[in-house]
Ligand binder design. Structure first.
Ligand SMILES: Cc1cc2nc3c(=O)[nH]c(=O)nc-3n(C[C@H](O)[C@H](O)[C@H](O)COP(=O)(O)OP(=O)(O)OC[C@H]3O[C@@H](n4cnc5c(N)ncnc54)[C@H](O)[C@@H]3O)c2cc1C
Length: 367
């Protein structure tokens, strides 16, 4: 059976969104409810205790969570992404040890690729992995913008393990980079929430420091120095952060509909027609995300990039229009409309950033 977001969990996550945005901290009780919900099994294959969801299902679940709580949705999306990468690239031992626990919610996973100065395309990583004589690895460096920092149990960390110039060239990631799966309690890994973001304030997006962090070679995910090819495969999957934007846009539209109904404004044709305009744009966002997830486009990777570009931009515009429609009620400090707008903006800044998505689309014409 497909994991569903129950109305009770929706309400729980919705209430926690306002609380977490005000506090600027993740709501750990809401995250416990997410862990217990079965939703985290979405991207884990059935053979390993999961729900065996494809990209369409990952996008559907992500959008449902985002409609209640965008911050929790990006935590869940990173968990799905790491689960899928392990299913795809993990050794049998990694799959056996991790996938059932990623499915039952006892392990929450995060992605730790970004760092200051590395650039949106992650081509200039300063963090390193050095192989030790006994075959283990010494990881060092400072990662930033890790969603789920300090609440996750497992981090998919990207580090440089070889000379950047060596090997195949990539537009996202670089030759000589390698992924490692590092448990939160591994000595030398320190995660904290020191970032104070404008949006996605409940997403625990923070810092991860690797200091004398030693991991076994069995923690390496995929071939040494070949992380860029794993990264390139991600968008081919059809799972898209555009799904988060679809959920945000839906939440903004619902807010506008509730507001206009409560105030008796639906009697005004101009208000009704503005709402229809919003609903139409919401439909285009859903369609773009569904097309990416269905992988029926001639080039599914391009459809995934376009879906993120369209969904993020349209969701931001919908949120801004809703904030305007709410009039003075939408201008309250810490109001829902402004929170959704700030959250919507954050999705475009997540990897691959929208500028990088544009670059990747353009490169497909010159390749
Ligand atoms: C809410 C949020 C959550 C995030 N979660 C995670 C996470 O879980 N894990 C993680 O690893 N990272 C995460 N990130 C980081 C994100 O993936 C970005 O890669 C990171 O912030 C670096 O982007 P930048 O815009 O600061 O980079 P910069 O390189 O400083 O970019 C500056 C500007 O130039 C553009 N640009 C840079 N390089 C290129 C290029 N090659 N082609 C085209 N345009 C380019 C950028 O898009 C941006 O507009 C998150 C960010 C946000 C905002």
């Amino acid at each position: 059976m497909k994991p569903q977001l129950t109305p009770e969990l929706h309400q729980r996550l919705y209430e926690s969104a306002e609380k977490a945005a005000t506090a600027g901290e993740p709501d750990r009780e809401a995250l416990s409810a997410l862990r217990a919900s079965g939703l985290l099994a979405t991207a884990v294959p059935r053979a390993h205790g999961g729900a065996g969801g494809d990209a369409a299902e990952i996008n559907r679940v992500t959008a449902r969570i985002a409609a209640a709580n965008p911050s929790v949705a990006i935590i869940a999306f990173q968990h799905f992404a790491v689960s899928a990468r392990i299913a795809e690239w993990g050794t049998e031992e990694q799959k056996r040890a991790l996938l059932p626990r990623l499915a039952d919610g006892s392990v929450l996973a995060a992605s730790s690729w970004s760092e200051d100065g590395a650039g949106a395309a992650k081509q200039n990583l300063s963090s390193t992995g050095v192989r030790r004589p006994d075959g283990s690895w010494l990881l060092s460096g400072a990662k930033t913008f890790t969603t789920g920092a300090a609440v996750a149990d497992l981090y998919l960390v990207l580090v440089a393990t070889g000379a950047p110039g060596s090997g195949e060239q990539a537009a996202y990631g670089a030759a000589g980079q390698t992924f490692f799966l590092v448990p939160a309690d591994n000595p030398g890994l320190v995660a904290d929430l020191a970032l104070d973001l404008a949006g996605m304030r409940g997403s625990a997006t923070g810092l991860v420091t690797l200091d004398e962090c030693v991991v076994a070679d069995g923690s390496r995910l995929g071939p040494e120095g070949r992380a860029a090819s794993i990264i390139a495969g991600v968008r081919e999957s059809g799972a898209t952060l555009g799904a988060v934007s679809a959920g945000i846009a839906e939440a903004a539209f619902d807010l506008a509909l509730r507001h206009t109904r409560t105030r008796g404004l639906l009697a005004l044709p101009t208000v009704r027609h503005r709402l229809v305009g919003l609903a139409t744009r919401l439909e285009t966002v859903r369609a773009a995300v569904e097309r990416a997830g269905a992988r029926t486009a001639p080039d599914p990777g391009l459809a995934t990039l376009h879906s993120k570009l369209h969904a993020t931009a349209a969701a931001e515009e919908i949120c801004l229009d809703v904030a305007r429609m709410l009039g003075s009620a939408g201008y309250r400090a810490a109001g829902t409309a402004d929170r959704l707008l700030a959250d919507a903006r954050g999705v475009g800044l997540m990897g691959p950033t929208n500028d990088l998505c544009r670059e990747l689309v353009a490169l497909s014409w010159t390749a």
